[in-house]
Design a protein. Structure first.
Length: 255
């Protein structure tokens, strides 16, 4: 399971800021201003911020979101390469998040995102290499314009309510790790075959597959999953050929 670590990015002289927004911060403007103050102070001290981690503390007001307006300052940090807004109860992204042109890692884990339309601006973050959307409430999507994220290497959609994957996932030719466990997929997605050359890790557990498909996926063996999908594809092709022959034969007999 992925965490909010960024071991792939060099840690040498990184300017990292971690802010834990207290429960009261969701209700008090004075308390929330500390996020802006800490950002300004960090930039004053280090000249920039490379990585920013914001988490809302758990407490009696745990279901109250961090106000979006108070997060908008984040999008002014042009040097930001890593951004984590974890457990903030968000349903929409900070305004102007597309201005974070250098962003390589984005985690929106454990929020309240339900509609793919609320995440549409992510498609403009073309330098993203890691996108973490696990533990939200994402349902059957319209076509999410994910094809623009050509550098994406890690995609985590675990623990949502997805019944199928966006078809555009087949365009992510650099994708190495894909996590879609804990969703509502009834079959192993056929689209995965298009990613056979790049994928190194797939997590498909805890979906309502048949017993056979569940066994195939239980250890996340990429080769085994691809072999099964190829077999399914070959069987489907054979059936199509048989049906066409029968239809052709019937047409000849009718004539």
């Amino acid at each position: 399971m992925l965490t909010d670590t960024t071991t792939s990015l060099s840690s040498a002289r990184l300017s990292v800021l971690k802010v834990n927004v207290n429960d009261e911060a969701s209700l008090s403007n004075q308390e929330l201003e500390t996020l802006e103050d800490k950002i300004k102070q960090k930039i004053k001290d280090r000249g920039r911020i490379d990585q920013l981690f914001v988490t809302k503390a758990v407490g009696k007001n745990k279901n109250i979101p961090v106000p979006r307006a108070k997060l908008n300052i984040i999008t002014t940090i042009s040097t930001l390469k890593v951004l984590s807004l974890r457990k903030c109860n968000l349903t929409s992204l900070p305004k102007n998040i597309v201005d974070l042109k250098k962003l390589k890692y984005l985690s929106l884990s454990h929020n309240k995102f339900r509609q793919w339309s609320s995440l549409a601006s992510i498609s403009q973050l073309i330098n993203l290499e890691t996108l973490i959307l696990d533990n939200n409430e994402l349902v059957v999507p319209p076509e999410f314009q994910i094809f623009t994220l050509s550098k994406l290497r890690v995609l985590n959609l675990s623990n949502n309510r997805l019944k199928y994957l966006p078809t555009e996932i087949t365009t992510l030719k650099e994708l190495k790790d894909l996590y879609i466990d804990g969703n509502l997929l009834e079959h192993i997605p056929k689209q995965l075959l298009c990613l056979e050359e790049s994928l190194k890790r797939i997590s498909l557990a805890r979906n309502p597959f048949t017993d056979k498909e569940a066994r195939i996926c239980e250890k996340g063996n990429v080769k085994r999953i691809m072999k099964y999908l190829k077999h399914q594809k070959a069987q489907a092709s054979s059936k199509d050929i048989i049906i066409k022959k029968k239809v052709g034969s019937t047409e000849i007999n009718i004539k």
